[in-house]
Design a protein around this ligand. Structure first.
Ligand SMILES: [Zn+2]
Length: 327
């Protein structure tokens, strides 16, 4: 996908940082090994000597060079084996001093087989997602700051429910924690339904934070904002490729579905396109809405409605705690 130069340069910078951090790890490991296993350094020097013997025998073309090379090669193998044994005897894996790479495929160069490596595409997506998320209060909500005591332990979650509001909300909280902890980039995701101020955004952002910490690319934005931006880009009034980014990120969080202007056919078809494309590739989403089930059905097409209901539905209940000054 096309990224602007700034995002591209930021991703390159991160790749360079990754290389220098890995180099630092390698250096520290070498220092550690040399400190703990003094014989190791001596073996390294002997290993280097065998290499120069091989090179000079080949370069000088002496009569017995074949013999010298073969002897040096066998010494070389033997020394390498000894070095490996020494590491193991001291509790290190045999490859401990080897170069450290975050991505084995491209060895952190960012390209493999003449193409950009997946790891670099991932970095591009992450940087672009961070730009998009910069405006959202992503950092403010965590699972730890979610207060279950905001919910009544006396009032029922609904008329038919055997649970109190607090119990029902605790279940929702657990579902969100499990979702974030077990997130692997595949699945349908969560549909959170409930009135304003019941904690849908808080729990979505808490999940987003945890999933970002675990190294996934997450995009969070309100449905009207995303739809407006895509519309502008599609009609050439803004640069960027928000659509591609939200189709490709590991987790898309659409907040406040239903607060976009109603009866806008373009918005409805874009929404369907996003939800359908992600679901058919099993890419998870969290979608929040203040609309009730029948309102969703009324507002969107049947096919969009059934797409939404194929997600795990969490019903939020309680009283808008932002209006209650005593809490
Ligand atoms: Zn790579």
């Amino acid at each position: 996908m096309p990224f602007d130069k700034r995002i591209f340069e930021a991703a390159q910078e991160r790749l360079a940082k990754r290389r220098s951090e890995n180099k630092r790890v390698e250096d520290l490991r070498r220092i550690e090994i040399h400190g703990k296993i003094p014989e190791y350094g001596e073996l390294e020097r002997r290993l280097a000597d065998t290499m120069s013997e091989i090179f000079s025998a080949i370069a000088n073309k002496k009569a017995n060079s074949e013999e010298i090379v073969s002897k040096a090669m066998s010494d070389n193998m033997e020394i390498q084996k000894k070095m490996g044994d020494l590491l193991e005897q001291n509790g290190y894996p045999r490859d401990y001093p080897d170069p450290v790479y975050t991505c084995q495929k491209c060895r952190d160069k960012g390209t493999a087989d003449g193409k950009w490596c997946e790891c670099f595409n991932r970095l591009l997506n992450t940087v672009a997602a961070e730009e998009l998320n910069a405006r959202s209060p992503l950092r403010l909500s965590t699972f730890e700051s979610f207060n279950i005591n905001h919910y009544s332990d006396k009032e029922k979650a609904s008329k038919a429910s055997p649970m109190t509001q607090r119990e029902a909300m605790y279940n929702n909280y657990r579902e969100c924690v499990n979702f974030a902890e077990n997130f692997n980039g595949k699945g349908m995701g969560l549909l959170m339904i409930g009135d304003t101020g019941l904690g849908k955004t808080h729990l979505s952002l808490a999940a987003a934070n945890r999933i970002i910490e675990r190294g996934f690319c997450v995009i969070y934005d309100s449905a009207p904002e995303i739809l407006r931006r895509i519309d502008k880009e599609q009609f050439g009034r803004a640069d960027g490729d928000t659509m591609q980014l939200i189709l490709d990120c590991d987790l898309l969080i659409l907040d406040d579905l239903g607060s976009e202007p109603p009866k806008n056919e373009r918005y409805i078809s874009t929404l369907y396109e996003i939800i359908n494309a992600r679901q058919s590739r099993l890419l998870p989403m969290i979608i929040n809405t203040n609309l009730k089930g029948d309102e969703i059905k009324e507002r969107y097409s049947d096919r969009l409605f059934s797409r939404l209901l194929s997600m795990e539905v969490l019903l939020f209940c309680g009283n808008d705690y932002r209006l209650n000054s005593s809490l």
